[in-house]
Design a protein around this ligand. Sequence first.
Ligand code: NAD
Length: 468
Amino acid sequence: MENYSSLERDVRDMRAYFGTGKTKEATWRESQLKALRKFLLENEDHIFKALNNDLGKHQVEAFRDEVGTLVKTLNLAIKSLKQWMAGKEAKLPRIALLSSAEIVPEPLGLVLIFSSWNFPFGLSLEPLIGAVAAGNSVVLKPSEMSPACSSLLTSVLPSYLDSNAIMIIQGGPSLGELLLKQTWDKIFFTGSARVGKIVMSAAAENLTPVSLELGGKCPALLDSLTSSWDREVLLLKVAVKRILVAKYGACAGQACIAIDYVLVENSFISTLLPLLKVWIKKMFGENPKGSNSIARIVNKQHFLRLKSLINDDPKVKESVVIGGSFDEDNLFIEPTILVDPPLDSAIMTEEIFGPLLPIITVEKIEDSVGFIKSRPKPLAIYAFTKNKSLQKRMLDETSSGSLVFNDAILQYVADTLPFGGVGESGFGKYHGKFSFDTFSHHKAVARRSYYTDFWFRFPPWTLNKLQL
Ligand code: NAD
């Protein structure tokens, strides 16, 4: 086990530093945000290399999902900081004569961030940006499962930041457990529901607020569309490509908002499968194994987990219609499509988190609503349909962290939308201003003049005071 003997003292010192008020200063916050941006820009090549080492991510994907998105978030935070920090005027009831009120955001104190391995920079730094912008001291623990990225974060990033207030520390579950024994003012956790429960029960000891960014099975539905123009143009050129890139083009399906399975009408399968085949070939080549446009599986344990989702169940294996090959030496799994694996099989009851895509057939596409509603609330739902009444039913009748019509994953990069789950997919929201709010306490402040008062607010209580 690693030696973390100074951890308790470090955490104590960080709390004391927060107490000095330094991190509350707008200039301090701005300097740290600018330093974060400088780290990203000056180390872009190292970041791309680390993402390639840990996950086989292509530079384009690494820029789109991590460096580019983070720089955009930082630009917004730097530009908006003063406005976010300013108190917001509020109204008081008329009975409070000569008064004013405002809502003032204040930092929570010393906060802890746990992140996951699939977007090692994005999932570490998006919350860090919010925590720093809100004026907190922060301890960040990236995941041990993306070691090259975590090493870069722990060895290079601290030299850009104020180490009295921001600590980045590398380690696995044993470090996680040790961190959970300390006292925090907020814990922001990205990861599995299993560990989320450990985090939440540790937090309960000190009544520490938590945000849990979890996962689950994100469904998509693909309407067969009505006119032949729709079928040829929208389906051929748009919907299929968007589904494939959302599944295979974002860390090979190892993403919390990746499409987990697709619901389609059974009469539509014969049209859809050839389209999927054509576009998989166009995106990843004749021999996808050699393609550098699809990431690798993070480690052997996850590779074997994914392989067993297919190979351990003969009925699931029989349902593979495209792909299905596994290369253990390179931790590569071919883009794989299955049609109607049993609904009680592991692939349909557990989060897949890899490049395996079950297609589930329904009689009518409207049946998707009931199918989705009967399962835990997902982090995202994607509905590829032009049918307005089906769109309305999805909006009114289903619940999910996000709902996207006719595309997937794009909600992640929108600073204007809150990112987070509901029900089993977690709780708490971040991105853009929502990150600032997640790491702030919104204090209610009211001010009164000494000047005047209504006589009826003071005892002795007499019933005529009610009649006014
Ligand atoms: P995980 O729960 O195994 O690990 C998450 C973090 O917790 C890591 O930093 C890990 O070191 C730490 N940890 C592990 N065991 C611990 C323990 N006993 N005590 C304290 N800390 C501990 O999850 P993972 O494998 O990193 O991520 C996969 C899961 O995360 C999937 O379910 C996925 O959907 C979800 N996820 C969600 C989001 C989101 O934004 N909602 C993003 C990425 C991943």
